[in-house]
Design a protein around this ligand. Sequence first.
Ligand code: CUA
Length: 135
Amino acid sequence: MIISGMRKLATIVFLLMLLIVGCKQVEQTDSASETAETSAEAAVDGNLIKVKMRMYEFDPDPIMMKAGEKYIIELTAVDVPHGFLVPDLGVNVRVTPGEVKRVSVIPQEAGTYEVKCHVYCGEGHSNMKGTIIVE
Ligand code: CUA
């Protein structure tokens, strides 16, 4: 009786470990498509723009830039995990509260670029949009 109980426990622990390893792999695959980030400790060699993400907005909005200049966008999430996706500038970053992520961009062409949150963050997620204006 005790032995069969221990076997059950061992099986459960084993399955849990499989689950955890499986989740980690999914996470890694998921982040593989993210934009390479600049380390938050690295020296800032461009215009630094700090952007806060919260339900359901980007702050500041719009984000102003000049074509041909280098920018470091520093992203933080205030409440829950959010995403910062700007397909036209090749930016794809996911940020969890407590993290500081930096990504560098050099917009080449003037225009208006849509920023979207691509990490589900609650009821208003699909309306969480922002704008980058490049002059
Ligand atoms: Cu913020 Cu989805």
